[in-house]
Design a protein around this ligand. Structure first.
Ligand code: UD1
Ligand code: CA
Length: 460
């Protein structure tokens, strides 16, 4: 047999099961579309497959097929789609991909779309065992919370069977070594095993897990290998989804800290699947990173900031209490302070936007100072317009910049201005009513009001 080649030299198909009804999720969408770290569960699974160097995936879909296929697509992994028309169990689901399996791969991996924490490591380890001559390799994990998982029945290092919770005896339920749902099979024998699975069990379903007993009956070698629970938790309910999210977050925070990012209270920082934080970035407590954020070295993200689709250049500071929305781009050493919102705007190197400000659809030049309470009035109710502010300009506090408008390099806008016309370089613009002084008028008014109040009052 060709089975003696090293794991890397062997061809491998991954069958990804994502056709379940998601009944326990109580959701209007398939559970594999629910996000973990801001990205569909199924996309996490596909990434692990690509990382493991698998050359083709067969995706088994049922409800929400189009959306599931779209979420599973990747440039680096060809995916064929197979429809499971009836939901008759995981064993039945794998057979929906019969045409792909029949192509004759050395290895066939079955992975579940609802196991998003999986990484390449255990998948590669399972393939090593196939290369070493095992026929069915189940990836298991030890847990304090085995409820709902299939239990692994081991004897003398061989895996005898997997017993589903509903079919397990009291003694079997006490087993804490569980089926993570990932199974690697000798690709030449996989269809023989799968076709022999029956449905004589508590749920009347074709259980993939029965492939173990079927294979043993055919004289095949069946084993379990162990992987950490944090890679194998399955998601059946929203409560489990939250546990999985927490585990994903803990893992990624740890990886970032190991790579040189400082976090004061890491458990309060929330990351997205694609958050990029460079070495020597400091993240203070209670910061949320939505998708698409890159932060370069030495930048500081102060407490209670929310960033999404934003780029923060080296040495820049954000917050506390700042919001960077998609398209926010902060230059080196720029500062965006408390209660500021930046959307689709470039803040030049060294520019300061320190307090209570909205900058949207704008360009702010290097070293410009934006005073407290400045607002770019970018929306006329129908269209968005652009505000351009040059370098080394000064925008006085509480100014409204009515776009489209351009303010030149070195220009000054007096505080409280409403700017509707362009301001040339080095010009000063006063867009507010002139101040007038009425000597003694305040005292007069005060006395009049007091007298009026006394006249109305009943006490005398
Ligand atoms: C399954 C395993 C259990 C294991 C657990 C790990 C079986 C019989 N049981 O149980 O041993 O401990 O996973 O998480 O395999 N699916 C289909 N079509 C179907 C049924 C399911 O595509 O007809 C898909 C689901 O979308 C899901 C995956 O298969 O992604 C697993 O199905 P699920 O019903 O969640 O299995 P569990 O009860 O969790
Ligand atoms: Ca499951």
């Amino acid at each position: 047999m060709s089975n003696t080649r090293t794991a890397e030299a062997r061809s491998c198909l991954a069958v990804v099961l994502a056709a379940g009804e998601s009944t326990r999720m109580k959701s209007s969408i398939s559970k594999v579309l629910h996000p973990v770290a801001g990205r569909a569960m199924i996309a996490h699974v596909m990434e692990a497959l690509a990382d493991a160097g698998i050359e083709a995936a067969a995706l088994v879909v049922g409800r929400d097929a189009d959306a599931v296929v779209a979420a599973a697509q990747r440039a680096d992994l060809p995916v064929s789609t197979h429809l499971q028309t009836q939901r008759l169990g995981t064993g039945h689901a794998v057979l929906a991909a019969r045409a792909a399996i029949a192509k004759g791969y050395d290895d066939v991996l079955v992975v579940f779309g609802d196991t998003p924490l999986i990484t390449a490591g255990p998948l590669k380890a399972a393939r090593e065992r196939l290369a070493a001559g095992d026929d069915v390799v189940v990836i298991g994990f030890h847990t304090d919370r085995p409820t709902g998982y299939g239990r692994l029945i081991i004897e003398n290092d061989a895996l005898l069977a997997i017993r589903e919770e509903k079919d397990a005896s009291e003694a079997e339920r006490a087993i804490t070594y569980c089926n993570g749902g990932l199974m690697a099979m000798n690709g030449r024998r996989a269809l023989d095993f799968l076709d022999a699975i029956g449905n004589a069990n508590a749920k009347g379903e074709y259980y993939l897990t029965d492939a173990v007993e079927v294979a043993r009956a055919a004289g095949a070698r069946t084993i379990a290998i162990e992987a950490p629970e944090t890679e194998l938790m399955g998601c059946n309910t929203r409560a489990e989804l939250a546990v999985i999210e927490a585990a994903w977050q803990a893992r990624r925070r740890h990886a970032l800290m190991i790579s040189g990012v400082s976090m004061i209270a890491p458990e309060t920082v929330f990351l997205s699947h694609d958050t990029q934080l460079a070495q020597d970035v400091l993240v203070e407590p209670n910061v949320v990173f939505g998708p698409g954020v890159t932060v370069e070295r030495d930048a500081v993200i102060h407490a209670f900031s929310h960033l999404e689709g934003a780029h923060v250049s080296a040495g820049a500071t954000v917050g506390p209490y700042a919001r960077l929305r998609p398209g926010a781009h902060l230059g080196e050493h720029a500062k965006v302070g408390n209660f500021c919102e930046i959307k689709k705007a470039e803040i030049g190197a060294g520019a300061k936007v320190n307090h209570l400000t909205y900058i949207g659809d704008a360009f702010v030049g290097a070293d410009t100072n934006i005073g407290a309470g400045t607002v770019t009035c970018n929306y006329d109710g129908v269209n968005k317009h652009i505000t351009r502010i040059g370098a080394k300009a000064f925008i006085g506090s509480n100014s409204s910049l009515v776009a489209p408008v351009t303010i030149g390099d070195g220009a000054l806008v007096a505080s409280g201005s409403v700017i509707t016309d362009d301001v040339p370089d080095d010009a000063a613009a006063f867009g507010r009513a002139r101040q007038t002084i009425k000597p003694g008028r305040a005292k007069l008014l005060r006395e009049r009001y007091l007298a009026e109040k006394a006249a109305k009052s009943p006490k005398g």
